[in-house]
Design a protein around this ligand. Structure first.
Ligand SMILES: Nc1ncnc2c1ncn2[C@@H]1O[C@H](COP(=O)(O)OP(=O)(O)OP(=O)(O)O)[C@@H](O)[C@H]1O
Ligand SMILES: [Mg+2]
Length: 310
């Protein structure tokens, strides 16, 4: 039996959220926030955390600095039961950090990438990554140190018999190319949001984008915020409405959807059940600030799943 259900390689950082600041921020003034939250951020780490809470055996390779922010981020993952045996430490670069300043429905997002851009192929223990049934990568376009080696990495992982899922998240350069077309050929499950699916498929119509992507990838699940998800596999097209909630904060809803979907996928559930579990986890995540705070409330999670699963 494999040591892990799923392994991930990717980025980690903390999100520092300052609420109540004016959107026009004068320099040389002391601007006071009305509330503050420090939470585990970054798509890969949020997914690893929430998968761990949902009961999957998760192995995560990332790179951090020798600093308190890196230590705190790793502690949060350990509390969720995520294995971090193969994490590497940068001697010179600080752990990345994101400052979020919400102003109503809009927000400033300021990121120092730090060690995020440093993770490279020599930091990945291949035997560790393949001691799982499934491999996942998030934030494809942030893995700058890995990018030239991603087709080779995906191909070796596939040859080792793992299934693979991918969530690109946004491309900060808005190019949507590079190694992506080659890597997509090796992906079993693709989990973009609506905008990402459209950009990658080269169309403004999400229905057409999903169809185009499903011609190339066995399972395509497009996340559509409060509308739920649109999925395609084989000849099946399935639209699954979101779970109705009063959303407090949608940061990390997509990563939580991935956690819900993959936790069911790893238990060999039907694809429809996987999408429903994705919607449940995404909706639950919106009930607290940040991407992992809701999942830290394990009894709240149990209750939500018990009462909202149809
Ligand atoms: N307001 C909401 N009400 C109910 N469910 C929601 C809401 N917003 C998001 N979700 C759930 O979370 C899933 C993912 O949300 P979204 O489409 O925003 O992903 P994303 O853009 O990839 O998010 P992220 O910013 O985390 O990358 C949705 O498919 C849905 O299941
Ligand atoms: Mg996303």
């Amino acid at each position: 039996m494999k040591k892990f259900d799923i392994t991930l390689a990717g980025e980690i950082n903390l999100d520092l959220i300052l609420y109540g600041l004016p959107s026009a921020m004068e320099t040389e003034r002391e601007l006071l926030a009305s509330d503050f939250q420090m939470t585990l951020g970054s798509s890969s780490a949020i997914l690893a955390h929430n998968l761990g809470v949902l009961g999957a055996r998760v192995g995560f390779i990332t790179r951090v600095g020798h600093d308190p922010l890196g230590r705190i981020a790793m502690e949060r993952l350990q509390q969720a039961g995520v294995n971090l045996d193969c994490v590497t430490f940068s001697p010179a670069t600080a752990t990345g950090v994101t400052l979020l300043l919400p102003h109503g429905t809009e927000r400033h997002i300021l990121t120092y990438p730090g060690t995020i851009f440093e993770l490279s192929i020599e930091h990945l223990d291949f035997a560790y990554l393949t001691s799982a049934r499934h491999f996942h990568m998030s934030s494809f376009f942030l893995q700058r140190g890995l990018t030239p080696h991603l087709p080779e990495l995906f191909s070796r992982i596939k040859q080792a018999g793992l299934t693979i899922s991918l969530d690109t998240n946004d491309d900060p350069e808005d190019q949507w190319e590079g190694a992506l077309p080659e890597v997509l050929k090796m992906v079993n499950v693709f989990l973009p949001n609506r905008k990402e699916a459209c950009r990658i498929a080269g169309t403004c119509d999400v229905e057409e984008a999903t169809r185009i992507l499903a011609d190339r990838i066995p399972v395509v699940v497009v996340k559509m915020g409060a509308q739920g998800a649109l999925a395609r596999w084989n000849e099946v097209r399935m639209e699954v409405p979101a779970v109705a909630v009063q959303a407090v904060d949608t940061i990390g809803a997509g990563d939580s959807f991935n956690a819900g979907f993959l936790s069911a996928y790893l238990q060999d559930s039907s694809l429809e059940a996987c999408v429903r579990m994705g919607n449940l986890a995404g909706a639950y995540s919106t009930q607290h600030p940040g991407g992992t705070e809701a999942f830290c409330d394990r009894s709240g999670l149990r209750q939500f799943l018990a009462t909202r699963s149809s």
